[in-house]
Design a protein around this ligand. Structure first.
Ligand code: APR
Length: 356
């Protein structure tokens, strides 16, 4: 999964580079800056002292010393002064420059804290939005794995305007799945039925129903014969061809039908390039359900199209699964925003869409 939101202490992340929310001196401070310097050891500060500071929005790289990462990329976020002083542009530049520097140094995995969202006062929900949008945009053109690391009590201030609606939706669906539907016709209480009369009536009803079924069957066959002689046959044949189409063939067809490139499809699905290569090269590839959902969102499939793609991968929606219900909620409303869906899944501590 090229982009993931995780809850962790960034100094523990086993990635090629962690990003530090530093100040312009680069000589350490509090917050995540303090944590990184404390974990890396004094050598980090010594190397930083040779860099001559760093401008806001810019990024500089050092070794990581005692940290599990290979590099520390130091960037200086903007101090929040109400939003009218180019804060958004500067914060965007922090993420973009840090990613470019990571890639220039051969990093494949990068972890970011929520830059400027602490001492620098950037409103958390806006800081998350800038981070997500900038990172996802970069990943549409580059193959990296990027983590946004939330720390401590920092909640993911979901931008999702639909969280409450999803909660309600899940409640209703779960209730229905749990049997709150009207109970099946209860049998007549013992001793009250008039058996002989009721038995005759029941047999008569069955005969009538059977005759109706037979008539309907005859009509269907007649219509099918007629259809065989018309151009409709091509559509029927096309449909039949698809019935034995596997997941991989169906996915590639859907990508072609939308005029998308493979890269656009798997990047928009937050799916790793290597995984996509496996899907493309193996007609019998069996994806995870989460991967099917990720492509359904990326290709903007309707619910029936998604159900068909799930079936081809050997799955079906389950109203007993919260993840399925969250995805179904968004697809039914044509809300094909994988980041928004992942924010909601994250709130429920459910696996995010996409896959490594
Ligand atoms: N791991 C991950 N995230 C962390 C950690 C940690 N160990 N410690 C703090 N954070 C989070 C905070 O919860 C916040 O969401 O990092 C985010 C950024 O907060 P700050 O560290 O305060 O950074 P920032 O808001 O950019 O302010 C930078 O603070 O520490 C000083 O020297 C730093 O002057 C600079 C200023």
């Amino acid at each position: 999964m090229p982009f993931q939101i995780v809850r962790n202490d960034i100094t523990r992340m086993q990635v090629d580079a962690i990003v530090n929310a530093a100040n312009s001196s680069l000589l350490g401070g509090g917050g995540v800056d303090g944590a990184i310097h404390a974990a890396a050891g004094p050598e980090l500060r010594a190397e930083c002292a040779t860099l001559g500071g760093c401008d806001v929005g810019e990024a500089k790289i050092t070794a990581a010393y005692r940290l599990p990462a290979k590099y520390v990329i130091h960037t200086v976020g903007p101090i929040w002064r109400g939003g009218g002083n180019g804060e958004r542009e500067l914060l965007t530049a922090c993420y973009r420059n840090a990613l470019a520097l990571a890639e220039a140094n051969g990093c494949e995995t990068v972890a970011f804290p929520l830059i400027s969202a602490g001492a620098y006062g950037y409103p958390e929900s806006q800081a998350v939005a800038v981070a997500e949008e900038t990172i996802r945009a970069y990943l549409m053109e580059h193959d990296l794995t990027v983590y946004l690391v939330l720390y401590g009590p920092t909640e993911l201030p979901t931008r999702s305007r639909v969280l409450l609606e999803v909660l309600r939706y899940i409640g209703w669906a779960r209730q229905a799945a749990a049997g709150a539907m009207p109970a099946p016709m209860a049998p007549p209480p013992a001793g009250t039925e008039d058996r002989p009369r009721r038995k005759r009536e029941a047999e008569q009803a069955i005969r009538v129903e059977e005759a109706a079924r037979e008539k309907a069957r005859r009509q269907v066959y007649a219509a099918a014969d007629e259809a065989m002689a018309t151009p409709l046959m091509a559509a029927v044949e096309e449909l039949l061809k698809r019935t034995d189409e596997g997941f991989s063939a169906a996915l590639l067809r859907l990508i072609d039908e939308r005029g998308m490139t493979d890269a656009q499809a798997y990047r928009r699905a937050n799916v790793d390039r290597r995984l996509f290569s496996k899907i493309r090269s193996n007609p019998d590839y069996r994806p995870s359900k989460s991967t099917v959902f990720a492509f359904a969102v990326a290709l903007r499939l309707t619910l029936p199209e998604t159900e068909d793609l799930l079936r081809k991968a050997g799955f079906a929606f389950s109203d007993a699964s919260k993840s399925d219900l969250v995805v179904k909620f968004f697809l039914e409303r044509h809300l094909w925003d994988i980041d928004e869906i992942n924010e909601v899944l994250y709130q429920f501590d459910l696996p995010l869409l996409g896959s490594l």
